[in-house]
Design a protein around this ligand. Structure first.
Ligand code: CU
Length: 155
């Protein structure tokens, strides 16, 4: 094999490698870039009236930020996301989930708000919800119903 053929076959191999890379990165399901979300520590304190709060942590181990944009549940047709400022809560359009960061919904802070509950879930039951994001696919989560005063930060 002379020098020219070697250079040529190297170029062919490089082109093939590029073609492969281009192919896999166009398939977003296999792509490693973008947000990579995981939910942990989810719970709902047993509601005392016909409204309830939901708390959880969303960890993003991906290299792109995402946003929590809405929450749906069979428990209520009126589910919103709230932040707490100066001890007053107000509805927000979305919560940021930073790249390589987390979004914490916790007592006294940001939370999911369920109004006009269709039933009263009791401690030990689970409430199914679905989280919707700007970029990521929806994530289904079961919120275990805890005691009305449950607060993991105090443990
Ligand atoms: Cu609220």
């Amino acid at each position: 094999m002379n020098r020219r053929t070697t250079a040529l076959s190297a170029a062919v191999a490089l082109t093939a490698a590029l073609a492969l890379t281009g192919c896999s990165s166009s398939d977003s399901a296999d792509s490693k870039s973008g947000p990579d979300l995981k939910v942990s520590g989810a719970f709902m304190p047993q509601p005392v009236m016909d409204m309830a709060g939901g708390f959880l942590t969303i960890t993003n181990s991906g290299d792109a930020a995402d946003k929590l944009t809405s929450v749906t549940s069979g428990l209520s047709d009126d589910v919103t996301i709230h932040e707490t400022k100066n001890q007053k809560m107000q509805e927000v359009k979305s919560f940021d989930i930073p790249a390589n960061g987390e979004l914490k919904l916790e007592r006294g802070g940001s939370h999911i708000m369920f109004m006009e509950l269709k039933k009263q879930p009791k401690q030990g039951e689970k409430v199914a919800i679905e989280l919707h994001f700007e970029k990521s696919d929806p994530i289904k989560v079961d919120l275990p119903v805890e005691a009305a005063n449950h607060n993991p930060k105090q443990h």
